[in-house]
Design a protein around this ligand. Structure first.
Ligand code: RFL
Ligand code: PHB
Length: 440
């Protein structure tokens, strides 16, 4: 749908005919140049990944208008294979946003995980340890559900835009300029801009270097991930430490498995035949009496691993959410969940700001979101450090000791369970029980 056809009071379409204002390419029959359309919306959202789409959905529920701009095609965005585990809070947000039907119908509820090291496979029962669960449901499916809901409601979502640039984010009339799919230059005037454009998008760079702070850790390994047309060989995910490197058995459905192998960061994927992948997976996941089922590999890729946090997550009327502000290594299954929790907080903040003209939540957004971000950053780093081999024997002994501790201490297991199933999303950063030491 074209944004200029939006029917509400706020969206308006101005076709300007004043020379020199905008650089629209069209020439009308009377010879006057028709300049680029200037559109208005309340929230301009850059990126149709989970962060941008969930934000748009939550805002629409509150009657707040937004326009979503995405540089890729709908087909590409819907097929991009990434995360697969949803925290309970994420499922709750999707449900409240009116897009939870399919995850409840088709998602696989998991009440725990298996932790493995040679000769051992120990089950952690999340329900018993912390009373919470997670869902195996692919990011591709989350994105499809959100796109369907937005298009069915007739709200603007533009794919295949290019040249996206942000302007005047420090003023109360920030703008986004871009070229639409038909090659027409467009300007979108907003009250606020949400930068949900992932780790390579342009939004983050609008935060001046004088106030911007970043933290980064790159890891000396990567994951080789496969999607396979074979029923999972396990009821719940297996996280396996092995002297030859970490392996993970995950799943997408009762008939499709997702598995990962620790590899070198510069790994050449062409040296990994399907047979080599399956035999390494069988070797690293090996356990007496258990068998790995193999099948056709539908997709394979190498994923780099890094931790990255950018602060602040707000500058003027620009708000960052999801991978635009932070990246975690996938071992804790947190990337997608953090994107959703950011925008759950942001949707409330922007609704207050735009509808009630109350900026308190918007002012607190960066600090509140960052509490969860740092918790997930620590947990993802900790899981990564415990499970990936470094080639150092001392490290290996510490890792094995930690694994035995988690598997035998209820307190240690409960800590993993609490973090894995996710910190509750709260505006005041209260944490699991209001006992966050930073929270007074
Ligand atoms: P996304 O999903 O990257 O969405 C950002 C969107 O912005 C668009 N975009 C632009 N649009 C307009 N103009 C521009 N200039 C733009 N630049 C970018 C992009 O095309 C995209 O559609 O970020 P979001 O919404 O914050 O969601 C975050 C999650 O996608 C991410 O945290 C997780 O998927 C991370 N992640 C994984 N997490 C897991 O928990 N488990 C995994 O197995 C897992 N695998 C992955 C991953 C991330 C990957 N990336 C980003 C390299 C595998 C990969 C390959
Ligand atoms: C996945 O299914 O893709 C997945 C599951 C758990 C992780 C990472 C990725 O920790």
């Amino acid at each position: 749908m074209h944004v200029g056809l939006t029917t509400s009071w706020f969206a308006s379409l101005l076709v300007l005919t004043c020379p020199g204002y905008c650089k629209g390419p069209d020439v009308a029959p009377n010879g006057l140049r028709v300049f680029a359309e200037v559109m208005k919306t309340q929230v301009g959202i850059i990126g149709a990944g989970p962060a941008g789409l969930v934000l748009a959905q939550l805002l629409a529920q509150q009657g707040v208008e937004s326009v979503v701009l995405e540089d890729r095609s709908r087909t590409y965005v819907e097929a991009r294979i990434r995360a697969g585990i949803l925290e309970q809070s994420t499922v709750d947000v999707l449900t409240e946003a009116g897009v939870g039907d399919r995850v409840h119908r088709e998602g696989l509820r998991h009440d725990g995980i298996h932790l493995q090291w040679p000769g051992h496979r120990e089950h952690l029962d999340f329900s018993a340890l912390c009373g919470r669960s997670v869902w195996a449901y692919g990011q591709t499916e989350v994105v499809k559900d959100l796109i369907n809901a937005r298009l069915a409601a007739g709200h603007p979502l533009h794919f295949e835009v290019s040249d996206v640039a942000l302007h005047d984010v420090e003023t109360n009339r920030p703008r986004i300029t871009y070229t639409d799919r038909d090659g027409v230059a467009q300007t979108l005037e907003c009250l606020v801009i949400a930068g949900c454009d992932g780790s390579h998008g342009p939004s983050r760079d609008l935060i001046p270097s004088t106030i911007r702070h970043t933290w980064e850790r790159t890891y000396p390994f990567a994951w080789l991930g496969i999607l396979a047309d074979v029923p999972p060989s396990t009821d719940e995910l297996i996280y396996a430490w092995h002297p030859d490197g970490f392996a993970l058995h995950s799943m997408r459905s009762p008939t499709v498995s997702r598995l990962y192998l620790q590899v070198r960061p510069d790994e050449d994927i062409t040296s990994w035949s399907d047979d080599r992948i399956w035999s390494q997976l069988a070797h690293r996941l090996d356990l007496d009496g258990w068998q790995l089922h193999t099948g056709p590999i539908l997709e394979k890729s190498v994923l780099p691993m890094r931790s990255f946090v950018n602060t602040p997550m707000r500058h003027g009327n620009l708000f960052l959410a999801g991978d635009a502000a932070h990246i975690v290594p996938p071992t804790g299954a947190k990337g997608l969940n953090l994107a959703v929790s950011d925008v759950a907080l942001l949707a409330r903040a922007l609704t207050d700001l735009v509808v009630k003209k109350d900026g308190a939540r918007a002012d607190a957004y960066s600090e509140n979101a960052l509490r969860r971000v740092w918790r997930a950053t620590h947990f993802s780093w900790w899981m990564t450090s415990m499970l990936h081999t470094t080639g150092d024997d001392f490290d290996a002994q510490l890792q094995l000791s930690q694994l035995r501790y988690v598997a035998t201490s209820r307190a240690a297991a409960a800590s993993l369970a609490e973090n894995y199933t996710g910190m509750p999303i709260s505006d005041d950063g209260a944490g699991w029980s209001g006992s966050d030491p930073d929270h007074t």
